[in-house]
Every structure is written in structure tokens, then in C-alpha cells.
Design a protein around this ligand. Structure first.
Ligand SMILES: Nc1ncnc2c1ncn2[C@@H]1O[C@H](COP(=O)(O)OP(=O)(O)OP(=O)(O)O)[C@@H](O)[C@H]1O
Length: 248
């Protein structure tokens, strides 16, 4: 494997169902993701985006094929090994923020360190919050934060373990346009200034336009890739075409 790749998928298949009726959620996907790149994964509903994210992040195991994160072949890990890898090498940001409501922003950010049994250094959590511009909000619970602030806390939490890769599933799905732009700008900065690898599933062409590369899925297969000219208009046009084919 090219050592510069953070994540690589080789001929990944994920089948669901029985011998009578099999759904090919992923049907032979090969792709690599390099450090310091932001990749958007798009495709019509049911094209396999979530399945791709789950397999690439070690949340689900492919039926066939191989996934490597940061040099580790996930197929060689047992469940405990997979859990540890996810905890230490992978960060997640979800549409619904998924913060713990009883904990402050600072405690939420420190949670992955606590789960990993590492000593909690409040300064570390505060520094992570400062990086997302929320130093002043460290003592607030999620209910006292706006949606954009909650997502920024979630990003700080996802990055506290310095993961090799950050997976984002519709990270701006619950945010208004202005707040979405702030959160996407923050992800972009992480990629450009800290060489963070980010893989993001989205339905939104404007969100995808923040990426360096857009992968298009249809029926579980990679059918197109934009590496230049990643504009919202170009992405929307390609999606309209894929959706028209999907509805035939
Ligand atoms: N646990 C499951 N059992 C059976 N079929 C599944 C399961 N999970 C996903 N599928 C099927 O696999 C295909 C891909 O699903 P997936 O959720 O990955 O698509 P998606 O592109 O993320 O869709 P959406 O944009 O609607 O979220 C779909 O046909 C879906 O119905």
C-alpha cells in the first residue's frame, strides 16, 4: 500500500439479505484517501453512501474485500481490536451532534480520552475547544449552545485523540446556511492547516463543494469522481443526472 494513504478500500462488497434476495449495498468499491484531503461521498438515496462510510470506518465489516486505516488491515482485527482502532484512530461527526446532554462542552470533548482510560487533562479539552473557537463556552451544557456550537464541540471531541481520519455523516444536515458555512470552513481549515483526512457523506452539492474530491456512488458502485472543478453547480448537475437514471 502507498504509505501516504490514510484509508484504502479494495474491492469492498457489502451484501445484505438472504440467498433469495440479496441487496448489493456496496458492489466492489476501490478507493483511497490521502492525508490532508477532504472527500465528499455523494449519490442517490440507497446508492450505498452510509454503507461505504460504515465499512471504511470499521463500524461494519465488508462481506468481501479489504479496508486499511493508517496501515492497519481491519480484517485482521477482532472486535476488541476494531473498537480500540475506532476509538484511537478514527473520529466521527454526525448530523445529530450526539453530545451527552448532562455533560459540559469541556466534559464532552474529554470523553474519548476518558473512554480510552487516558488521564484527563482539562487543559487539553480546553485547548481543543479553543481550536474550534469555543473557549468561552467550555462550561456550557449542549442545551445552552446553538446548533453550530454543538457541532463545533462534536468536532473538537472527534479530534481530541488526533485521529488519522475524521468521518462526517451529513455534518451540516441540521444547520442553517450561515452556520453550515462556518462548520464547513472549520473542516476545510483542519484539512489545509493540520493535514487532517476527512471523509464526508452528504446530499448537499454546496457542502460537497468544500471538498477536494467528490466520489459519486450509484447502485453500490463508484461511477464518477470529480477532482477538479468541484463547484456546487457541477456537483448538482451530476447528481441530477444520477437521480434521473436511478428513478428509471
Ligand atoms: N441493514 C440493512 N439490511 C438490509 N439492507 C440494507 C441495510 N442497510 C442498508 N441496506 C440497503 O443497502 C442499500 C444502500 O443503503 P445505504 O443506506 O448505504 O444508502 P445511502 O446512499 O446511504 O442512502 P440514503 O441517502 O437514503 O441515506 C439500500 O438499498 C439499503 O436499503
Amino acid at each position: 500500500m502507498d504509505v501516504k494513504e490514510t484509508v484504502r478500500l479494495w474491492s469492498v462488497r457489502r451484501l445484505y439479505g438472504t440467498a433469495d434476495r440479496t441487496v448489493r449495498a456496496l458492489d466492489g468499491v476501490t478507493a483511497s484517501f490521502h492525508p490532508g484531503t477532504l472527500t465528499a461521498v455523494m449519490g442517490p438515496s440507497g446508492s450505498g453512501k452510509s454503507t461505504l462510510l460504515h465499512c471504511a470506518a470499521g463500524l461494519d465489516r465488508p462481506t468481501e474485500g479489504k479496508v486499511v486505516i493508517d496501515g492497519t488491515d481491519l480484517g485482521e482485527l477482532d472486535e476488541t481490536g476494531l473498537t480500540l482502532l475506532r476509538r484511537e484512530r478514527v473520529g466521527f461527526v454526525f448530523q445529530a451532534f450526539n453530545l451527552v446532554s448532562a455533560l459540559t462542552a469541556e466534559q464532552n470533548v474529554a470523553l474519548p480520552l476518558k473512554l480510552a482510560g487516558r488521564p484527563i487533562a482539562p487543559a487539553e479539552a480546553r485547548a481543543a475547544l479553543a481550536e474550534v473557537g469555543l473557549a468561552e463556552r467550555a462550561g456550557h451544557r449542549p442545551s445552552g449552545l446553538s446548533g453550530g456550537e454543538q457541532q463545533r464541540v462534536a468536532i473538537a471531541r472527534a479530534l481530541i485523540t488526533r485521529p488519522a481520519v475524521l468521518f462526517a455523516d451529513e455534518p451540516t444536515g441540521q444547520l442553517d446556511t450561515k452556520t453550515s458555512r462556518q462548520v464547513l470552513g472549520m473542516l476545510r481549515d483542519l484539512v489545509d492547516n493540520q493535514a487532517q483526512t476527512v471523509i464526508m457523506v452528504t446530499h448537499d452539492p454546496v457542502t460537497a463543494s468544500y471538498a477536494d474530491r467528490v466520489l459519486f456512488l450509484a447502485d453500490g458502485r463508484l461511477v464518477d469522481e470529480f477532482t477538479t472543478g468541484v463547484t456546487a453547480e457541477a456537483v448538482a448537475a451530476r447528481m441530477a443526472n444520477l437521480e434521473a437514471v436511478a428513478s428509471c
